[in-house]
Ligand binder design. Structure first.
Ligand SMILES: Cc1cc2nc3c(=O)[nH]c(=O)nc-3n(C[C@H](O)[C@H](O)[C@H](O)COP(=O)(O)OP(=O)(O)OC[C@H]3O[C@@H](n4cnc5c(N)ncnc54)[C@H](O)[C@@H]3O)c2cc1C
Length: 608
């Protein structure tokens, strides 16, 4: 069954970057060639009948133009085109979704691959010092599904106070928890209501399948026992407001052992929805205006040709928090003091790009000297995946575990935890030949490496993004200004102390002989004794963990109104992470999807 391709009813078109020679297993060419072709040959994985085909040429005019097929844009275009009287075009700079992103254990594989990652770097500063002066790396998805192709798939809605207090106070009138919740419900296709989570806090009506991964490595359960041993709570559902604090195996965007991007969940093939045109490799350079009204966009196609497409009704920017503001600025919408010196004609003077926020934390690296269970990517893992959609390939190893806790700065009465923890390790990684039972990697410190991150969820430091060139293909400037507010540093130090507690637990000490990896502490060990305040600050600045939860650059109340329309302009909205005024305390895609659903709802209401 797994040795020959099945008859899928539609031809298999192998497209997108391959897993061969990828970081998953660059050393074992033959095994990876076979793995890749077996994956293509499984209809339930490659789903050729659901393939999204790019139109060759866009038409001259559409009712709606949506820019960016990422987490938000795929939802906006998918929902708008449900109305068959609307003609919709979705313009995406990148290409099709690579097959490899569907395999959860390969979730880091395409980071840094220029076909799928925009390879963004922040300006160099006194953090991310392990990057040797290059600034922090911010993986950012390109292509169908956008960053939902690269992310860790964890599903979180944030906490009530994030919306009812923080968003509403920031000017997002009408965005309290009770008002956003129905749109969260529209996205969520939860498969574990009743068996794991409570229907009061989840929904099963949405297109995006959500559930815990099928497979957990044994080490994950040991880690949970260790957490329990330290007296920290274990919970079943981090979206249940009655258990705001605790560690949990997260529910994730997956089904049948495969990742679901929003594109996969919301965008049908053109044969099923002819009024939706999707144009890949269409890099939008600017929005076109007639006086104060958006009338279309200009884009550059795969052949380098500049094209214009017109909008009868609206243009919706969903190019993400780091790019929608860039497109606006190149179009003349942004701070006058930035645009005028570049010679860009100002259409509207607005604080675009000024409110760049991101979660930030630090990473600690450990060695497990006595490893009990090391999963590898071998024939048994592949066979289990192909036949049962299960096993180490079907999950993200230790990464599926997360935790939310209060720091001493948190407002507990608001049930808004401000620290989140992530873990890395025990992925399905390469063995030398694919033979069963080979060790995963050769480690010079004779042990197995894992890492853990402590992240502050309500950072007070606010950064900005801007442009310093009129060339839309040049990278913009991103300055997150991390730690400009000293409280951020203090909270992350508290987070590191929680990690210390967990990793000092008797269980991890005795069963794994876990210790800090000296390769990663060397620099700070020279600065101050381990675990002193100065040592922790040094570790946070060297091994900074900037999360990839950037938002706020076109925020409601600053750049767009509560219906996501750009202030003082007509027929232009921003619907993505950029329009969110402040951080949800958790993983943000749940909130971003709700923003997209609501955006489509506003538009449909406006034009009915
Ligand atoms: C490594 C990583 C792990 C993460 N883990 C999680 C997690 O576990 N859970 C969670 O909730 N969140 C997670 N996130 C965050 C989450 O994925 C993002 O916040 C979210 O995907 C952003 O959605 P968006 O729609 O705003 O932007 P994107 O999804 O980035 O979409 C923007 C789209 O616009 C396209 N585009 C950009 N410029 C142009 C242009 N000029 N013309 C045409 N198209 C353009 C891009 O190619 C892209 O497809 C993670 C992020 C990363 C990077």
């Amino acid at each position: 069954m797994i040795l020959a391709p099945e008859d899928c009813g539609c031809p298999i078109v192998e497209e997108g970057p391959s897993l061969v020679n990828s970081p998953v297993c660059s050393g074992n060419f033959l095994f990876m060639v076979l793995l890749q072709s077996y994956l293509w040959g499984r209809c339930s994985i490659s789903t050729p009948c659901k393939r999204i085909e790019s139109v060759e040429e866009t038409e001259q005019e559409y009712d709606f133009i949506v820019v960016g097929a990422g987490s938000a844009g795929s939802i906006v275009a998918g929902r708008l085109s449900e109305n068959t009287t609307y003609k919709v075009v979705l313009l995406e700079a990148g290409g099709p979704e690579p097959l490899g992103v569907r395999v959860p254990s390969f979730y880091r594989t395409f980071w840094d691959n220029p076909a799928v990652d925009w390879q963004i770097r922040t300006v160099p500063a006194d953090y991310c010092l392990d990057q040797e002066g290059l600034g922090c790396k911010w993986p950012l998805g390109k292509g169908l599904g956008g960053t939902s192709q690269l992310n860790g798939m964890m599903y979180h809605r944030g906490h009530h106070a994030d919306y009812t207090c923080d968003w509403v106070e920031a000017g997002a009138k009408g965005w309290s928890w009770d008002e956003i919740k129905p749109f969260m419900d529209l996205t969520e296709g939860n498969k574990q209501i009743g068996s794991l989570v409570d229907g009061k806090y989840h929904s099963d009506i949405g297109p995006l399948p959500i559930q815990t991964f099928r497979y957990q490595p044994l080490a994950l359960y040991d880690l949970m026992d260790a957490i329990n041993q330290t007296g920290l709570p274990l919970i079943k559902d981090m979206n249940n407001p009655n258990t705001p604090e605790g560690f949990v195996i997260a529910q994730a965007f997956n089904d049948n052992g495969q990742r679901y991007t929003t594109a996969r969940a919301y965008l049908p093939p053109q044969s099923e929805r002819p009024n939706l045109n999707i144009k890949l490799h269409a890099h939008v350079t600017k929005v076109l205006f007639r006086r104060k009204k958006a009338i279309g966009v200009e884009y550059v196609d795969e052949n380098g040709n500049t094209k214009v497409v017109k909008a009868r009704k609206e243009v919706i920017l969903s190019a993400g928090a780091l790019t929608s503001p860039k497109i606006l600025m190149h179009s003349g919408v942004g701070p006058k003091e930035t645009l005028e010196p570049l010679g860009i004609k100002v259409i509207e003077d607005l604080p675009v790009g000024k409110n760049l926020k991101n979660h930030c934390g630090a990473t600690l690296y450990f060695i497990l000297k006595k490893v009990k269970n090391t999963q590898v990517l071998d024939w048994s893992a592949l066979t289990e995946y192909l036949l049962q959609n299960d096993g180490p390939m079907s999950s993200t190893g230790l990464t599926q575990l997360t935790g939310l806790l209060y720091s001493s700065y948190a407002k507990k009465e608001l049930k808004q935890p401000d620290l989140q923890f992530f873990f890395n390790g025990f992925y399905a990684e390469c063995s030398k030949t694919g033979a069963i039972g080979e060790p995963a990697i050769e480690c010079p410190n004779s042990g197995y490496n894992v890492s853990a991150n402590a992240v502050y969820l309500l950072p007070r430091s606010v950064g900005y993004m801007t442009i310093n060139s009129t060339d839309p293909f040049e990278q913009a400037i991103y300055d997150p200004n991390f730690f400009s507010d000293p409280v951020d540093m203090e909270v992350i130090k508290e987070g590191l102390e929680y990690l210390r507690q967990i990793f000092n637990s008797e269980l991890l000490q005795e069963q794994y002989e876990i210790e800090l990896d000296p390769t990663y502490t060397e620099k700070c060990d020279k600065v101050a004794p381990a675990w002193s305040d100065d040592w922790k600050e040094c570790m946070i600045r060297v091994h900074t963990d900037p999360q990839n939860h950037q938002l706020g650059t076109c925020a409601i109340g600053k750049v767009v109104d509560p219906e996501l329309r750009v202030y003082n302009l007509k027929a232009l909205r921003v619907c993505d992470a950029g329009s969110m005024p402040s951080q949800p305390t958790g993983n943000p895609q749940g909130a971003i999807m709700a923003v997209a659903e609501r955006c489509a709802h506003f538009i449909k209401e406006a034009w009915q």
